[in-house]
Design a protein around this ligand. Sequence first.
Ligand code: CUK
Ligand code: CUA
Length: 672
Amino acid sequence: MNKGCLQCTDFLLLTIALLMMPVSVGFAADEPQSPAAGLQTKLPADAAKVIHERGLKPDDILGAVSTFVPSGQYDDYMMFASGGHSGQMFVIGLPSMRLLRTIAVFEAESWQGYGFGVKETPLMNAPIGGDSQKVGWADTHHPALSETNGDYDGQFLFIGDKSHGRIAVIDLRDFETKQFADGTLMHNDHGGCFVTPNTEYIIEGAQYAEPLGGEYAPISQYKEKYRGLATFWKFDRQQGRIDIENSFAIELPPYWQDLADAGKGPSEGWVFMNSFNTEMATGGIEKGNPPFEAGTAQRDMDYLHVFNWKKAEALIAASKFETKNGFKLISLKTAIDEGVLFFIPEPKSPHGVDVTPSGKFMVVAGKLDPHVTIYSFDKMLKAIEAKDFEGNDEYGVPIIRFDAAMEAQVELGLGPLHTQFDNQGYAYTSLFLESAVARWTLGDDKFQAPEKPWTLVGKVPVQFNIGHLATTGGDTVNPEGKYLVALNKWSVDRFSKLGPLLPQNLQLVDIGKTGDTLKVLYDMPMGSGEPHYAQIIKADKLKTWDVYPEVGWNTLTQSKSDKAVMEGKIVRDGDNVEVYMPVIRSHFDPEHIEIKQGQHVTMHITNLERTIDATHGFSIAGYNIAASIEPGETVTIEFTADKPGVYPYYCLEFCSALHLEMAGYLMVKPKK
Ligand code: CUK
Ligand code: CUA
């Protein structure tokens, strides 16, 4: 027997041992066999051969058996990841790391019938900046799941668009986008959104300061005319919509506000938001000025913004606001005078701010500082009450003394960005420059790690250059501490050659075992966008529909449409032609639609099916129309038949043996 075979025998034994370990330990010989022990006899002999042929090492086998989800079984967790400048969102199952679906949000997506004629989507006629200009793309950064009492409730999902300062609302009953809320005061924001513990508000920080309301001011008037912003979008859970009327923003100095997190538990009612470029650098490399990258990194400290949002809400109720571009705005002066806004120095060019599960501490990571800085909410509050300020910034915002609010600093490594939590008293911080995840202990009484508080206990290398990281339930009051996903920016040599544009690499880490060295279990290439951030929810918290509740469902209003019919008909009123079209395997009714050139056509198409997965599509190639009509759904399509000719329409989903026969003709008779 050669050496390789000996090795593969070892590996087989290891596999069996791994399979048996959790349940077989402690079983006496005369006890009945454990279920896992039964696997030993059933493990196919070919397994050793496969392990040998594929050259798998023990860690590979551990990764494989830890992440494999057999056919027909479901993943335990669902990860909702943003899609960067693909403008969409991705739903990924854990531990399998399978991409389960894309959610079309800000961009057209024909598989979902999103953006190609169907009216029941916010994409059709989306305004931007209040000027109704259509944009076809977005840069999605931070998803936020709706919360009840600080825990994900599985009802709604929000996602920010950095490029156009928008937020979208997704209903998790059907995983479809329902609304865009469009900021009218600034052209951009960080694309981050963060919810308060009962989803009263969705918070969005600005990014690049600009004159508010789309006005013009030369860069020489940066300090006087440019401003930052924090927007508080009011969420109406009953309607499943952002209530734009009752949303508001707070005017801020022209620092570049970044990420935020909402207080919870003792800090509920407060919001913490990072900023950088408190230098107010204005760039201009071409004129010999310091470029932004240098200009924004002059000072050792920037300002953590601390907001009392309950007080801000009371100001709105008391009409202490102005209205700009139709949006409620609390002026910087009012925010200062009324005690809504405070600063605390934070080192240095910070990026992430994350509130610990207990709500007692705020963790800030400075991109250019090897430490994370932990602030105590209790100390902050005491400093505010005692007016323990080191002074004011040049706009008059009181600055809490760093030492008055700081609890601890932990040296982690190079390029710390974002922090997540588990249920064992550990925090996890991404180290961009070091390509690692640092695990360190919280000095928090909610969960307690065995090691000394505020101590680095280990690092797991990742490939490569990690941005965000997400843990199971990681932003809630009850993190589950099961998995961590590293969202790495670079994948370099991890996957097959794909040309110069490489996917991001999402790596799964098992964090459930105390004391164990953390290991990457699985690499998932994300080849359709750059997920900046993700949140991971226990799959059984989602209460999704299998089919729409009633036949004739309007998915935008989430109620029955009055245009649903069981039998097809064409109603003609002068040049307006209305087509009522039921759809069921395997026909459209009607199959002929005859109209005259120039007539306006409105189609109401209803999928009569009640069978799970019996989705039909509808397309008219010459008219740029593509719909996905899921079981029970009614869609509306409107177009002017300005091009004469004969246009076949057909079903886009291979829905039955006679799917190809599911077709019809749109006949547009020329005017002359
Ligand atoms: S950001 Cu991309 S790595 Cu928009 Cu949260 Cu930090
Ligand atoms: Cu319906 Cu194919």
